[in-house]
Design a protein around this ligand. Sequence first.
Ligand code: SAH
Length: 285
Amino acid sequence: MTRGPTKTAEDGREAKGFARLDAEAFPAFEPGAVWLVGAGPGAPGLMSLLCYHAMQACDVVVYDALVNPDILRWVRADVELEYAGKRGGRPSPTQRDISLRLIELARAGKRVLRLKGGDPFMFGRGGEECQHLAQAGVVFRIVPGITAGVGGLAYAGIPATHRDTNHAVMFLTGHDASGKMPANVNWAAVATASPVIVMYMAVKNLAEIAAALMAGGRPTGDPVTIISNASLPQQLVQTTTLAAAGAFVREHDPPTPAIVVVGPAADWRSLLDWYGPDLRENRIG
Ligand code: SAH
């Protein structure tokens, strides 16, 4: 067995619990830089140490609607909080508005924490924001987060892959920029490409998506699992089949945000469903 470098008191091992974090040499958050950070699917305990560090070291947080307010409680008290989502009937700022705002804040010398739900590069438009930052010459860092399509499944007792059920998994969005079922997806190919399909933003168009998958040869009895508010105390998991999915959504109106899982991975839930009512009182996750 190889041994790691010898630890000394100065490296923080003497400190207890989370106080150790303060002794760690986290990367410097430079004024004028933007950190694009994924906060995870909801439960604060699922954020990364770099996310936590950025929340202490930044000057301003620009956050999305999907960031759990419970997570914002962890931000240093004197940091400005700026909301970048849809608010009370007003149209949401365009992606361009948000990118321009990030650039403006960075050019004013702020340490800008751009906080997004899940992972910033997974259906989160983080790529577009980074592209604008790079073009504007703003220094940035990306901190990945636990995406809802993996972490959310774990909280529902569904392994995204399992050697007995699927050697592949596919992630897709059920929504294009105009809110419709994406037309530039080859649904016939998707139907047979992967035993498990994990869909983001798919509840509204589920009837249409299910029809397209069945038309492409997907079995009508394939399980469909809808995971609402994954990892939060109000998490709700509902199951139906591909043929019944459209009617199910009309009748039960599943709360959003929700992840839709198509395929047999959901069968593991009967054995692996671990996030029970007694665990949900803990707000950390
Ligand atoms: N970047 C995010 C996804 C943004 S798109 C990520 O990596 O998770 C928004 C979609 O994510 C929602 O419509 C929903 O499909 C999914 N989502 C995000 N948080 C969720 C949660 N806590 N429970 C269920 N679905 C969630």
